[in-house]
Design a protein around this ligand. Structure first.
Ligand code: ADP
Ligand code: MG
Length: 389
């Protein structure tokens, strides 16, 4: 069971003090939304995420031993780690994100000494809001600071990403960890995933807001499909690269290059590549629209993004598709799309404030009518990235 967001810090700190009888250091790392640009990060393209006001809060303190106690409040579990032994993935899922981070810090020459940690969160788990990156980023910030080491933001992001690759087995791109570390209040981040150059773009939410509709379909089965999509893109680029050796990732591929390679690839591989090229172009256009405020044009790109994710990239599901189709019928909704890896989780809806309540209630009724159960509904604000609190 997850805990209420307002009380998150107090609950985590109180539980730490109750168990370990001392005052802990406190850190918080947020989850994220992605306004547009999914499955483009690992193809070294563009994304437009923003950190949100839900995240993971971690309390930790040194214990003077060579063991660590790690406690998950939400899972009601505790594990013990002996620092004299090699760190490797274990059967306790949540612990792997922290163990992966510890291993990442160690392999960069940081000597780990014993500490205790308690954490909890208010991000719906497995809903595409990147609770996993929030956990990794809270761990990397907290543990490195506790060990007296101020590592750079870039190192934190890479250690967090590698923890997910090596200890959770998800070959994710860089977006989630980047957003969780670098997020800024009321700003989206337009990130070039090849150069890691980025630009903050203000999000003015005066006359509209972002609302998430959660299908509560767990995307956990999607992890293997996610890795499969990544492999399919690699297959595509390998074919294109035979004709165009300068193209090392889909980022460097133009529509013309893809068309000229079409006859050498299966329809499926062509569609995957086509989606990535189109999605990159949408992110660029969406960023330009965003500079003059959130608009219907921006929303239209969200709808097209969903269409591509569903039809070409095949990472949607019937619950997500229904929510987006219903959103299209409602005038106050500028745009809606599935978000994150896919196969479940949330749709992100950009809704004009006038008529917002009615629109949400209509989406909810349509969802209940189709699937006989309640969707989750979360309003979110754009917040700062990982920080000491
Ligand atoms: P998401 O889209 O939320 O990132 P993932 O499947 O990538 O979904 O990551 C979810 C996993 O992260 C959980 O199964 C769990 O292991 C870990 N996790 C996330 N939030 C928490 C939490 N509050 N407490 C314990 N573990 C968590
Ligand atoms: Mg995740």
């Amino acid at each position: 069971m997850q805990i209420d967001s307002k009380n998150l810090k107090n609950k985590v700190r109180d539980e730490f003090k109750r168990r370990f009888k001392k005052e802990p250091m406190m850190v918080h790392a947020p989850g994220r939304i992605n306004l547009i640009g999914d499955h483009t990060d690992y193809n070294l393209g563009f994304v437009l995420p923003a950190a949100i006001d839900r995240g993971i809060t971690l309390a930790l303190a040194n214990n003077g031993s060579d063991c660590c106690s790690l406690v998950s409040l939400d899972m009601g579990e505790e594990i013990s780690v002996n620092l004299n032994e090699e760190l490797r993935p274990i059967n306790t899922g949540w612990a792997n994100y922290i163990l992966g981070v510890m291993q990442g810090l160690r392999s960069r020459g940081l000597e780990l000494i014993g500490f205790d940690a308690v954490f909890g969160g208010d991000i719906p788990i497995g809903s595409g809001l990147s609770s996993s990156a929030a956990l990794e980023c809270a761990a990397v910030l907290g543990i490195s600071r506790l060990m007296g080491n101020e590592i750079s933001n870039r190192d934190m992001i890479h250690i967090a990403q590698k923890a997910e690759h090596d200890f959770a087995g998800v070959k994710c791109g860089i977006m989630d960890q980047f957003a969780s570390v670098m997020g800024k209040s009321n700003q989206a981040i337009r990130l070039d995933c090849k150069s890691l150059q980025y630009e903050y773009l203000p999000i003015e939410l005066e006359d509209c807001s972002f609302v998430l509709l959660d299908t509560k379909v767990s995307h956990s089965l999607g992890d293997s499909e996610y890795n499969k999509r990544r492999a399919e893109c690699m297959e595509g680029i390998a074919i294109i690269n035979r004709k165009y050796p300068q193209a090392e990732s889909l980022r460097e591929v133009s529509m013309e290059m893809l068309d000229n390679s079409k006859s050498e690839m299966s329809d499926k591989i062509f569609q995957r590549c086509l989606f990535v090229l189109e999605e990159n172009s949408r992110v660029i256009r969406a960023g330009n629209y965003l500079k003059s405020g959130l608009s219907k044009e921006f929303g239209q790109l969200m709808f097209s993004s969903h269409e591509g994710l569903s039809r070409l990239y095949d990472v949607s599901c019937q619950e997500l598709d229904l929510l987006v189709e219903e959103a299209k019928k409602l005038d106050p909704i500028y745009g809606a799309r599935m978000m994150g890896g896919g196969f479940g989780g949330c749709t992100l809806n950009l809704i004009a404030r006038r008529g917002k309540e009615d629109s949400i209630s209509q989406l909810r009724s349509s969802f209940i009518k189709a699937f006989c159960r309640e969707p989750g509904i979360y309003e979110i604000n754009i917040e700062d990235g990982a920080r000491l609190i």
